[in-house]
Every structure is written in structure tokens, then in C-alpha cells.
Ligand binder design. Structure first.
Ligand code: ZN
Length: 474
């Protein structure tokens, strides 16, 4: 047998072996567990909660009314937990646990919602602040983002208090009031306070992932995606100081021409794609559940890495998982068709992959644009989050709770594209996870921040059940 043939046969066997041994990581089968809960009360309370127009940065009186609504609705929580009001509208609850030597866990959510665009108000099936119950859903702004989490968590605590339950470790509940405008007075202030008090948390659970149905192609089960990291965010404004003038006598290249060239260069030469840690861990968890072809490729990334990168980055979500993305979003020229703009500009939104820093991006942009006549200004920027451990005991704990409520799911770490309030807690916690215990179809996800946001009554029941089990076993 020739050496080449021997080599090919060995390679073939190795690929088959790796594919065959690429097994589900989910471990022991867990009995699906239905916590006894009263979904009716939670549903009614969420419906009422949506009625408060707690729009970020507006309507302070609505936030105050919402806080008194919570006080009235959850008397045990407010009687037995210590509550602090931070910067007038954010809430921090502290529930003392049995074992003071254990680190505390923190559940998060936010009370603010994005506004409803005036011209879209009439497109809603039910008015956006009605909290209307219809067709098995609760409708309105905040139904999924994010009053559902506040209500489900408080509901779980209220019920546990009714049976004189005390958690194993201390529990904090933190509800910011400005998440949709980056959380400077809410989550950040709460995190600063915890840091000041020398608190080091066991884990933080915030919104971000969920049990997704039909979102990952070729995955036969629902995907319980737990965000173990989130991408960074940079807005750059590129300005060409071109001096204006009459459009009848333009220079060889105009300011707008320079900017257009810069955008084309940035889109053509993006930062290198890479399988970052959260994405590698995601692939390790969902790979075994995929179709045989994909399973073979994922089990043998040592060989198929280039093929995988090419195929996976061909669609927007896959691309966003693999690299720092580039999205020009705003542009400005002159006010008239015959006037050259004096200083035309374009604003570009980048989302940074963990491992790429804001400085790496700036270097890349300067080098790629390669035009001294273009000024580059950083409008806003934050680094990618730290990456939580997708194999540690904190993740396993969450995975087990998810499987109790969603026994069919394949639970996996993943990378969150958007920003959440949870990143503010990095100074007080190394294990931050982003997951809301609800089942979401891809089409439902499009309603968040848009028309006809809603949540199914079934999901409310699942959420309360999940949080109860979380609190009982943490
Ligand atoms: Zn949110």
C-alpha cells in the first residue's frame, strides 16, 4: 500500500472517529419538573405592569407609579426583603440566605421600555400600553423586553415566601430603569454600590438568550441559548474636510467620494473572522444534534476550519458570530444638490468580537481607510464583555434548571450580539449569563422593540416555574 493511500485512509478513519465520538454534552436526563404555580396571577400582574409608560429617560411619574404598583402587588417581597431605591427609579432587593459563607447570586431585569414610534401606534393589533390579554398572549411594550422578567422573578419570590422558604445563599434582584439608554444611572450605579460594599457574586443572570425554535437551521431540537459573552460596540464618525464649493467645479475627488471609498474599503476588508471561545463552546454543544453533514464538519474543525468559516459567514447571523461587523448607518452631505458639502460625514456602527479591542478596531480602520484627509472620531465605544465559563458549575446549574423547564432543549453557550446591562457587573462577578426562560420562535423575536410585542401566557408560566426552581436550588 502506498504511503499516500495509507495517509488518506487514516485521515478518513480519524474524521469518522471524531464524528462518531462527538456526543451530546447534556449529561444526565433530568425529570421534567413542573413547579406548582399560579400562572393566572402572574399573567394578570404582567398585564397591569405593561400599563405603566416607563419609557427610558422620560415620564418619571410613571416609574414612581410602577414602583408603588410593585409594592402593592408583592407585599411579602416588600415586607421580608430589604429594598433600596437607587437614583430614584432603580431597585435593588436583598434576600438573606441560610448560608452566609456562600457567595450571593443576582437576578436582573429592567423596568424601562423603548418608546412606540408615533406613526406605528395604529399598526398595533392592541394598543401598546394596554397589556391586553388575547389569543393566549399578553400584548404590549415590555411584554418580552423586559417586564416579563421582573414580574416572573417577583412572582417566584412572593410564592416562595408564602411557604416560608429561605434560599441557600443570599439573593439580589436588580432592576435598572435605563437599560435601553445604556444603564448609567441604573445597572451601573447598582454594580458600583455592590463593589463599594465588597460583594463578589457567584453568578449573574440577565436577559439575552432564550429557548429558540427554528432559529438555528438543521438543529432538530429547540436551542436553549445562554449568552456567555456579548459583543463590544463602537460608533465611529468619519468626516471629510473637503471645503465645500460649487458643484459645477468639483475637485478630482470630492469629500463624499472619499467617504464612499472609505466605506467600500472597510466593507471589503473586514477584521479577520475567528471562532471565539463562546462560539466554539456553542458548536461543541449543538454540533452533535445537527444533520450528519454538519456534524462531520463541526467535529473536525481542525480540518474543515476554512470551509466552515466560508459557509458560516455567508449569512448575516453566522457572520456576526465569527467576526467584528461593519455597518454604515448614517450619512450627511450638503443641503442642496448643487452645493458641495463642506464637511460630509458617515457614521459606522461596529460590533466587536471578543478578542478584538476598541484599539485594534481603530488601528484596522485607519490602516484600511488609508486617507489622511478623513478624520476619524469615536462617538461611543465599549469593549466586548469577558467570557463566562461554558463548562463551569455555574453554567451546569443553569443548564439543569433550563432542562427541567424545557426538557427537549439542547442547552448551549452563545455570543450575544446586542448589549445588555449585565456587563456593568463584571467588576463584581466573573460568571455572567444572559438567558430569559421563555420559548421564542424567530418570528416572535422580531416584535421586540417593534410593533405587536407580546408574550404567550404559557411562557409566563414557564418563567415563574424556572425562577422558582432556580431560587430553591441555588
Ligand atoms: Zn431588554
Amino acid at each position: 500500500m502506498s504511503i499516500l493511500l495509507f495517509f488518506l485512509l487514516s485521515l478518513f478513519l480519524l474524521i469518522l472517529y471524531r464524528t462518531h465520538t462527538f456526543q451530546k454534552k447534556s449529561g444526565d436526563f433530568l425529570e421534567p419538573k413542573k413547579e406548582k404555580i399560579d400562572p393566572e396571577r402572574a399573567i394578570e400582574n404582567l398585564s397591569a405592569a405593561i400599563g405603566f409608560r416607563t419609557i427610558s429617560g422620560k415620564n418619571p411619574e410613571e416609574f414612581e407609579r410602577f414602583i408603588s404598583f410593585l409594592e402593592k402587588t408583592y407585599p411579602r417581597v416588600h415586607g421580608e426583603l430589604k429594598r433600596e431605591i437607587i437614583n430614584e427609579h432603580s431597585l435593588l432587593y436583598h434576600w438573606a440566605g441560610k448560608n452566609q459563607s456562600e457567595k450571593a447570586a443576582l437576578l436582573m431585569a429592567h423596568s424601562d421600555v423603548v418608546p412606540v414610534e408615533e406613526d406605528t401606534e395604529k399598526e398595533w393589533t392592541h394598543p401598546p400600553f394596554s397589556g391586553k390579554r388575547a389569543d393566549g398572549f399578553i400584548w404590549g411594550r415590555g411584554a418580552m423586553d423586559n417586564k416579563n422578567n421582573i414580574i416572573a422573578q417577583l412572582e417566584a419570590v412572593e410564592e416562595l415566601l408564602a411557604s416560608s422558604f429561605k434560599p441557600g445563599r443570599d439573593i439580589f434582584l436588580a432592576y435598572g430603569h435605563d437599560e435601553e439608554i445604556r444603564g448609567p444611572d441604573g445597572a451601573l450605579a447598582i454594580a458600583d454600590l455592590l463593589k463599594e460594599r465588597g460583594i463578589d457574586l457567584y453568578l449573574v443572570l440577565d436577559e439575552g438568550g432564550g429557548v429558540m425554535e427554528g432559529v438555528i437551521k438543521d438543529l432538530s431540537t429547540p436551542a436553549g441559548l445562554v449568552g456567555t459573552a456579548e459583543k463590544g460596540f463602537v460608533n465611529l464618525k468619519l468626516t471629510a474636510r473637503s471645503g465645500g464649493g460649487h458643484s459645477a467645479t468639483p475637485p478630482t475627488i470630492t469629500g463624499l467620494g472619499r467617504l464612499a471609498r472609505a466605506v467600500v474599503r472597510l466593507e471589503a476588508k473586514k477584521m479577520r473572522p475567528r471562532i471565539s471561545k463562546p462560539v466554539r463552546e456553542m458548536l461543541n454543544h449543538i454540533g452533535p444534534e445537527m444533520s450528519p453533514g454538519k456534524r462531520l464538519v463541526i467535529a473536525n474543525l481542525w480540518l474543515f476550519h476554512p470551509l466552515f468559516i466560508r459557509k458560516f459567514s455567508a449569512f448575516p447571523e453566522g457572520n456576526a458570530l465569527l467576526r467584528t461587523t461593519v455597518a454604515p448607518t448614517m450619512a450627511e452631505g450638503s443641503k442642496a444638490s448643487n452645493v458641495l458639502p463642506d464637511s460630509p460625514s458617515v457614521t459606522i456602527n461596529f460590533r466587536l468580537l471578543p478578542g478584538d479591542s476598541v484599539n485594534d478596531l481603530l488601528d484596522h480602520v485607519k490602516k484600511t481607510v488609508a486617507d489622511n484627509e478623513i478624520e476619524i472620531e469615536v462617538l461611543s465605544a465599549f469593549e466586548p464583555s469577558l467570557v463566562s465559563d461554558g463548562r463551569g458549575e455555574e453554567f451546569q446549574f443553569l443548564r439543569d434548571r433550563i432542562l427541567e423547564t424545557f426538557p427537549q432543549a439542547t442547552v448551549a453557550p452563545y455570543l450575544v450580539f446586542g448589549g445588555t446591562d449585565s456587563r456593568h457587573f463584571e467588576p463584581v462577578c466573573s460568571q455572567i449569563f444572559r438567558f430569559s426562560p421563555m420559548k421564542i420562535k424567530g418570528t416572535e423575536l422580531k416584535r421586540v422593540h417593534a410593533v405587536d410585542e407580546r408574550i404567550s401566557e404559557e411562557n409566563i408560566e414557564r418563567m415563574v416555574s424556572f425562577y422558582k426552581s432556580f431560587l430553591e436550588k441555588i
